[in-house]
Ligand binder design. Sequence first.
Ligand code: ZN
Length: 139
Amino acid sequence: MKSYTEYLYFETKKPKDFINITHRVEEALQKSGVQEGLCLVNAMHITSSVYINDAESGLLHDFDKWLEKLAPHEPIENYRHNLTGEDNADAHLKRTIMGREVVVAITQGKLDFGPWEQIYYAEFDGQRRKRVLVKIIGE
Ligand code: ZN
């Protein structure tokens, strides 16, 4: 069995952002040489997510609005976590809603997606360097 590990790094200019990372995961898959197996992609921080959904700008806007309604950033003092001196309680909640990782099957050397599926990195507390793990196993 082959195993391949790669870290992707992100430092977003905005506090919140949605980045399509499908192409970067496909590049990692090419480097791995795996034809049949599994690909795990996970955010390595508790204030960012990796998820799969449509690459459609309206939907990205809808996700952003929906998350802000569920866990508004302000007022900061409404969150117990922010009493520690942090201001990112909302980012922890958003991360939990959008998820930590995705697993995609690899079939004949390609990510075996359903229709319109794309892999996204979602940042909820950005403007600092953060990592995503790509782990590929198979043959
Ligand atoms: Zn925090």
